[in-house]
Design a protein around this ligand. Structure first.
Ligand code: PRP
Length: 215
């Protein structure tokens, strides 16, 4: 039997992803986000886990370095990789928001035209502003987006909001919700055909566990 290689993202989705996979028999010893070992195998069940940076995960799956992976829909929409989306896992719910410092609030979204927006999601942000018919200067950052307006790098931000705590702590107001995202199970297109039986069973088992948990 061939190994199934599963890519797991570091960060907010990691813990729940490991828990869920364990419930359907996909687990390995010392599977931890802090592991120095980047490939963790279970030779008995023929499963191999790789732990990647969130933004890189769809690339590993697109190229078949991993057969499947778990990743937020936000990253899928931003990265636009050619992968199969197999299942909405429902956890990790968050929103992509346009936000502004309280002091900068304007009556309409179009009033913000031509200002600078800091974001980790330049493609999603561009599409959003294009649909509104307004041009913005989009500044790509890789983290701590809220810092942008605080120090005058940008007037606005487009960022992920989960609990709203980060926005509140930095005195930012939500202007508009761009979309809602949750964790998704994705697969490499070729792997899904070649390892169909095992992967199909995995999807069905995950569906059953989610149903039993009332999700
Ligand atoms: C995300 C996001 C916000 C924060 C929102 O950042 O970019 O900063 O979480 O969560 P909250 O609404 O629950 O406060 P993440 O922790 O992924 O780190 P990063 O900013 O360094 O990317």
């Amino acid at each position: 039997m061939d190994y199934i290689t599963i890519a797991l993202p570091k960060g907010k989705l990691f813990k729940r992803s490991v828990e869920l996979l364990e419930k359907v028999g996909y687990t390995a010893e010392n599977l931890s986000e802090d592991s120095r070992k980047l490939v963790i195998s279970n030779d008995e069940t023929k499963v191999r886990f790789i732990i990647t940076k969130t933004v890189d995960l769809p690339t590993y799956v697109e190229y078949g370095a991993a057969d499947i992976g778990i990743i937020g829909k936000d990253v899928l929409l931003e990265e636009q990789k050619d992968v199969y989306e197999l299942l909405d896992l429902k956890y990790g719910k968050c929103r992509l928001m346009l936000a502004v410092p309280e002091a900068m609030q304007k009556p309409k979204i179009t009033d913000y035209a031509h200002l600078r927006v800091a974001t980790k999601y330049p493609n999603c942000a561009k599409e959003y502003f294009d649909n509104l018919g307004i041009q913005m200067e989009i500044i790509k950052l890789n983290g701590s987006i809220e810092l942008g307006p605080l120090i005058g790098l940008s007037e606005l931000i487009v960022d992920i909001v989960e609990t709203g705590t980060t926005l509140k702590e930095n005195k930012l107001l939500e202007v508009d919700s761009i979309y809602t995202a949750t964790a998704r199970l994705i697969a490499n297109r070729v792997s899904f055909k070649l390892k169909f039986e095992r992967l199909h069973k995995l999807v069905e088992d995950l569906r059953r566990v989610m149903q039993e948990e009332g999700k």
